[in-house]
Design a protein around this ligand. Structure first.
Ligand SMILES: [Zn+2]
Length: 394
């Protein structure tokens, strides 16, 4: 159990992080607060990289494994401020809960990781094997796993702990996701004489129907590799008396373990080739969406929207070591998977680093009006993170 002073510390840090509004690309304020805390709490180094991720490090006196605690510090926007019972950036405490945008997703976890690392190092007088890193990661909400690439290059961790909400359960995998763009190219003309052109939207309608016949891939644990149409756009828009020459549809594809950029597009391309062979007027192309965003440092971050799935075994040594330690401390975690996408896509899915999720609060509080975190979840997850260091830094 945390003593009163440590409880106060994690609550205060969480509140201060919430008070810094930090939509994706605007995380400078939260980086400054976190940096101040890390330095004050005895972290050996605090680094801010070109994307504006903040990485604090505490080194043990003995060589050993590197463990990285990952928490994103951006939040989704508040769109309906009037609907919030309490102001979303005031971090008021009501009914043993801290209320505000980013409490559950996921500044509570970031506060707990930071405090747990500092407390662990202090209690051991740094007499432990290995290194502890706590990363406050930018641009996760629209771009999971991209800013994280910079962090894993810098830290080269042996283990990664993702702090996304799990109600103190252990998460050893997730489906990934990709955004697939389908484009059809037609020929514009006046809509009074449509036979003179090629209507790109009619062509797209045909393509969409055909794509619906594709069978999703399947994984016994992670479920279906869903392919769902999420938006469609034609050009010119609006098309006053013009037959559209261009149409673009976006698909959300959920990715299973082992699926690659090539293997995911292959059946779609095969289908498109077949359609084009049947219709000489059809011009259609499939590709991955590319995201481009500004960072709070002024630099650009860019990447294809392809975030792989990942899954470890319950029996894996590191999973069992953490599981047993948590049980020893009186916790009763279940070992399951995340239902959403996290930075684990990069660490586990791309870089093959041993990764698991362990976070406070419920995932269905993320992105909601009146988001909150129970103080009990916040203090308990700090104890869990402390236990993770005891289990892995030996
Ligand atoms: Zn999140």
């Amino acid at each position: 159990m945390l003593d009163k002073a440590r409880e106060e510390q994690v609550i205060t840090l969480c509140q201060e992080l919430i008070r810094q509004r930090s939509y994706s690309g605007e995380e400078a304020g939260v980086v400054e607060v976190l940096s101040g805390y890390m330095k004050k709490m005895g972290f050996d180094d605090v680094t801010v990289d070109r994307y504006g991720n903040i990485i604090g490090c505490i080194r043990g006196r003995r060589p050993g494994k590197k463990i990285l605690f990952d928490g994103h510090i951006d939040t989704v926007p508040v769109t309906e401020e009037k609907e919030w019972t309490y102001p979303p950036f005031a971090a008021e405490i009501h009914d043993k809960k801290i209320c505000g945008r980013g409490t559950s997703d996921m500044k509570g976890a970031v506060a707990a990781m930071t405090c747990a690392a500092a407390c662990f190092a202090k209690d051991k007088d740094k007499d432990f094997a290995g290194e502890i890193y706590v990363a406050g990661v930018v641009h996760e909400e629209c771009f999971e796993g991209v800013a994280a690439r910079e962090i894993s290059k810098f830290v080269q961790p042996d283990y990664v702990v993702i702090g996304e909400a799990s109600q103190l359960n252990l998460k050893i995998g997730q489906r990934g996701r990709a955004e697939i763009v389908i484009e059809t190219f037609g020929k514009p003309c006046h809509s009074a004489n449509p036979e003179k052109g090629i209507n790109a939207v009619y062509k797209m309608a045909k393509v969409i129907e055909a794509i619906r016949t594709l069978k999703p891939t399947h994984h016994p644990v992670l479920g279906d590799g869903i392919l769902e149409l999420t938006d469609i756009k034609s050009a010119p828009y609006p098309g006053a008396s013009v037959v559209p020459e261009y149409c673009r549809a976006t698909y959300d594809r959920r990715l299973l373990v082992g699926e690659t950029k090539e293997s995911v597009l292959a059946p779609i391309n095969e289908l498109l080739e077949k359609l084009m062979a049947e219709d000489s007027e059809l011009k259609v192309k499939a590709s991955y969406a590319v995201g481009r965003e500004k960072c709070h440092t002024g630099n650009e971050i860019e990447g294809e929207r392809f975030f792989p799935g990942w899954l470890y075994e319950k029996e894996d040594d590191f999973v069992q070591a953490v599981y047993r330690k948590l049980q020893e401390k009186g916790f009763t975690p279940e070992i399951t998977q995340y239902n959403f996408c996290t930075n684990g896509s990069h660490y586990a899915g791309e870089a093959g680093i041993k990764t698991f999720g362990l976070g406070p609060s419920r995932e269905n509080l993320a992105h909601t009006v009146n988001e909150y975190i129970e103080i009990e979840q916040l203090t308990k997850v700090e104890e869990c993170y402390y236990a993770v260091m005891e289990a892995l830094l030996v």
